[in-house]
Each structure stands twice: as C-alpha cells, then as structure tokens.
Design a protein around this ligand. Structure first.
Ligand code: A3P
Length: 395
C-alpha cells in the first residue's frame, strides 16, 4: 500500500482534534505546553472566576503528571518529583503577575514569598499552608540560619559553616536545598540532625518567629546587585522559572521596572527589608559580603569562626578555604546534585553549571552596557536612599 505524507491542512485538523501541539523537539514540547497553560492563565486572569481557577491547577497536574509519555519523551531532562498537594486557587488568594521578559508569570503571593503556580505547584509545599507553618516552627538555641538574596553565594557559605561547626573540612552530605525554609516542610527541617544550618532567601518577616526569642545565630550574606542579577538570569532560566529564550538585555530592562514585593526576585525590596530590620538592632546577626570572602577567604572564615564560637584552628580554616574554593566546591556539588536528579548525570551537570557558573567579582562588566549601568545606578540611588552600605563591584 502506498502511503503519503499528511498535508499541512490534515495535520492542523488532527492537531485541533487531539489538542496535540506540533513541535520539533520533545523538550520544546514540555516547555510549550507549560507556556500554553500560562497563556491561558494570563488570559483569564483579568476576568477571574472561581471555577476557572479551581480547574487550572488540576489541568496542570493532568498534563505534567498524568500523561507519563511527556516525561518519558524527555529522557535527557530531569523533571522534579511532584510530591506536595496544591489546593485549588480561590478568590481569597493573592495572585501577582511577574514580567521579566517572555510570557508573564502568574504567582501565588503569600506575604512576600512567591510561588509560581504552574511550575512550582506540587514540587514545593503549597505556600498558603507552608509559610505559616515555617513562621510557627520551633527553633533551638544552637540553630544557625544563613540568609541571603538568591545568587549571593549561599551554597558557598553553607558549606563553610557546616565545616566550621563540624570541625572537619568535609563536605556536607546533602545539597543545601535540603535545609531551605522555602522548600522543606517544617517537621522535616526539625527532624534533621544537629548541628542544624538552615538557609533561606526569605526576608526577616518570613523567618520562624522563634528565631528572635531563642539564641539562634543568623548569618546575613550580601553580594553586589549587579553580579547578583547577572547570576540570576541563568538560574531562573535553568529552573524554568523564565523562558530559556530570554536575552540579558530584555531581562535587565524588565527587571529595573519590577515592582512586586518579592523576597525571591526583587533585590531592592529584599535588601531594604533587611537593612530596615538590622536598624532595629538585633543580637546574633553577623553580616558578610561575597566579595570579602572571595578577596580573603581565610580571614573571613577566621572571623566567622569567632562569631560561631567554634574555637581557633588556623590549619582547619585554611583547609576549609581550599575545600570550598569555587572549583573544588563545584566538583563536589555535581555528585550531590546527582542524588536528587536520581542519577541523571546530564541534568545534574546542567544544574551544577548554572548554580556554580563563574564565581567571580565583576562579571557584570561583561553584561551591563554603559547606558544600562547608568540607569541601574540611578535606580539604586532612588531605591536604596538612606541605606549606608558600600558594595564592592570589583576586587
Ligand atoms: P555566579 O553565577 O556569578 O558564578 P547561591 O549559592 O546563593 O545560589 O549563589 C550562587 C553564586 O555563588 C554563583 O555565582 C556561584 O558561582 C557562586 N559561588 C558558589 N560557590 C562559590 C565559591 N566557592 N567561590 C566563589 N563563588 C561561588
């Protein structure tokens, strides 16, 4: 029997009937399905009906979870495990739109924490229940919490702190996301072995209330915002929060217009919240800068050790600096990431590559044009008025 290729019209007819999306590659297929869903969400968001909001999260689950073929087709792509319930969105929930280029993203907002309602639903706990449970979580006097805006060197400081507290230059057995307030249920965090080192990108208003009643120590890590933003774009794209096609020029322009008060995305908002909080004068908060750590790691580790009260041990501090150098940490991270990508080496490599990208001070100079730089400086002066802190933009 002779066969012939289907005509374009027949294909279109077929696609209409089966609701398939004609696409070149399977990886694009997932992304496009997700984008189509987001389109539909944004289309109806101006005219929200309770009924529609109730259905959409369920449809998302059906497509991503129910249709197992999609996962199989993208064997080179790691799909995170969907393990938490995500209740239907109701009229009481606050939904905000974030536009950082590409398709605007719909997020659930709880306090100043954002949860991407398509891509982060069911991968992390539902923020409507999770944020209050973290706020009410019990803390112990010897718990340490690392607080930093995303891409400020949190992984780095987490490993250093872990080595200092254990008195050995051995890498932490787990990836730092296993100890993040954003992703892990309070009861699991509480059940983790001591000494506990939590980490978070939350502002002070998102921390467990007991942090301030107990003797817990907080490490507040900062990095200059220009390098942070250069690092943020590949991170957001890598985690599929933003479309992979978004270019730096578009991103930075949109970023400078970002108004949403988000602990995860808005560096200006996040940093102001912390500075306002520090002004109140709290004990047990130690401030560090990425650039200082890069400039003289042994000295910074020595000062940190004093704050953590772990005793003087200059040989250990030197060993820790070496073990936690960018290249050593990156190498050690790959095998850890493999454990949560369920041994998908290719996916682990990708994640490690955008998490440990360059590890330099001043890479922003390769991205900021003169015009963007001037605009950014002016915006900084406006948004950070009254904040007396000097970031280091080069070493
Ligand atoms: P770049 O993207 O500029 O390379 P976080 O851990 O908060 O997500 O921050 C990630 C940033 O810290 C990345 O920045 C990463 O490379 C950098 N980083 C991680 N470990 C580092 C190290 N040992 N030395 C210098 N930078 C490091």
């Amino acid at each position: 029997m002779q066969t012939r290729a289907a005509t374009k019209d027949e294909n279109m007819q077929h696609n209409k009937k089966t609701r398939h999306v004609p696409l070149d590659s399977n990886i694009d297929r997932i992304t496009t399905l997700q984008n189509l869903l987001e389109d539909e969400i944004s289309k109806i968001s101006n005219n929200v009906t309770l009924h529609a909001w109730k259905i959409l999260p369920l449809r998302y689950q059906t497509i991503i979870m129910g249709d197992r073929k999609l996962d199989c087709d993208t064997s080179s792509e790691w799909k995170p495990e969907l393990k938490y319930d995500f209740d239907p969105i109701t009229g009481d929930d606050e939904i905000v739109t974030v536009d950082l280029g590409g398709t605007p993203i719909q997020c659930l907002k709880k306090g100043d924490a954002l949860q991407h309602i398509v891509k982060m639903a069911r991968i992390i706990p539902d923020y409507r229940k999770h944020i209050p449970s973290i706020r009410n979580m019990e803390m112990d006097d010897d718990d340490v919490i690392i607080c930093a805006f995303a891409k400020s060197g949190t992984h780095w400081l987490w490993e250093i702190t872990s080595m200092l507290r254990n008195g050995k230059p051995d890498y932490h057995g787990k990836e730092k996301t296993s100890a993040m307030f954003e992703f892990v249920p309070a009861e699991v965090l509480r059940a983790s072995p001591k000494p506990r080192i939590y980490n978070t990108h939350f502002t002070p208003q998102g921390l467990p209330k007991q942090v301030f009643d107990r003797n817990c120590k907080i490490l507040f890590l900062q990095r200059n915002p220009k390098d942070v933003l250069v690092s943020l774009l590949p991170f957001l794209k890598g985690h599929k929060f933003l479309d992979s096609a978004i270019k730096w020029d578009e991103f930075i322009c949109k970023y400078m217009e970002l108004e949403v008060e988000s602990s995860l995305l808005n560096w200006f908002y996040y940093t102001r919240q912390w500075f306002e909080f520090l002004k109140e004068g709290h004990d047990n908060i130690y401030c560090l800068a990425y650039e200082d750590l890069k400039d003289d790691p042994v000295m910074e580790i020595t000062k940190l050790a004093k704050f953590l009260d772990v005793g003087e041990n200059s040989d250990l501090f030197k060993d820790i600096a070496i073990k936690c150098s960018f290249h050593n940490l990156k190498q050690a991270a790959t095998s850890k990431v493999e454990t949560f990508t369920i041994n998908n080496k290719e996916a682990a490599k990708k994640i490690t590559n955008f998490t440990y990208r360059k590890g330099e001070v001043g890479d922003w100079k390769n991205y900021f044009t003169i015009g963007v730089n001037e605009k950014f400086d002016a915006l900084y002066a406006k948004k950070m008025k009254g904040i007396d802190f000097k970031y280091r933009y080069s070493l």
